[in-house]
Design a protein around this ligand. Structure first.
Ligand code: ZN
Length: 102
């Protein structure tokens, strides 16, 4: 990856395989914190659990509102994660639910 700051990364729908940018919505289902996605093509809805075992130096993807970033976990707090871009180009805090382990 030549740039660590790029556009959104598309996800593939588990039912129809159409790839699209998914804006996940955090919610609680049966006591578990999950992120809910919905396919704009076939209306399939699915969830992924919030990552609860992130550690420093893990490689992660961060789904921000306006972009998708890839970086390294730098600090871990209860509900937020600090992520560092390759070479230290950027350093940001993101809500834990936005961070996906690679
Ligand atoms: Zn679909």
């Amino acid at each position: 990856m030549s740039r660590s700051v790029g556009p959104h990364t598309a996800d593939r729908c588990p039912r129809c395989s159409v790839e699209a940018v998914q804006r996940g919505v955090p919610m609680t289902v049966e006591g578990c914190d999950v992120i809910c996605y919905r396919c704009g093509h076939c209306a399939k809805a699915w969830t992924r659990p919030v990552e609860d075992d992130l550690e420093v130096y893990d490689i992660v993807r961060v789904d921000l509102h306006d972009t998708t970033l890839c970086g390294t976990v730098w600090h871990v707090e209860d509900d937020r994660i600090q992520v560092r871009g390759s070479g230290g180009e950027w350093l940001l805090w993101a809500e834990r639910w936005r961070v996906i382990l690679y």
